[in-house]
Design a protein around this ligand. Sequence first.
Ligand code: COA
Length: 151
Amino acid sequence: MQIRELEEADFDSLSELILKVYDEMPYATTFEKRPSAETLSALMRRKLEGMRNRTLADFVAVEGGKVVADCEIVKTTDSGGLVGILVARDHRKKGLGRRLVEKCADRAKLYKMLEVYAEIDERNDGAAAFFSRCGFREQEGEDSLVMVRSL
Ligand SMILES: CC(C)(COP(=O)(O)OP(=O)(O)OC[C@H]1O[C@@H](n2cnc3c(N)ncnc32)[C@H](O)[C@@H]1OP(=O)(O)O)[C@@H](O)C(=O)NCCC(=O)NCCS
């Protein structure tokens, strides 16, 4: 298993992963409907642009040439970043998600982020448990579940 920064050539494989997770649990993604090729291509452009201008950290896990997990932290305020993570179903519970969060957190710190937060759908108990195990704590006073961790 290789862990490295996202590259432009990962586009097809990352799109496949996103669509698989969307079909499995749409509420675990940020898409309101199944993303089209154009939406996925805009997402990839946004990621690469953010990596270039140091407002987005993005690491993938690659096995046999395929992206099996992706994590991004995107700067949303002067010092805060929003985390998004997807691990392919048959690669979960093996520590990959945690490894990617730690890689992205280290990079986000270099990009002057001081804290990172996750927005979690109320149906996604697994993600809440995962973020809690990764040191995130529930933010008081939010309507939806928001979990935060200092960097
Ligand atoms: C949530 C997700 C990223 C976790 O990735 P993962 O690679 O399976 O997580 P890890 O193996 O690194 O787990 C780290 C810790 O979290 C715990 N954990 C992970 N998934 C869990 C779950 N569904 N229920 C309870 N605990 C869980 C692990 O047991 C481990 O605990 P430990 O500290 O005792 O070792 C993965 O399930 C996923 O991609 N889900 C679909 C997309 C999603 O929900 N993304 C988050 C949107 S907010």
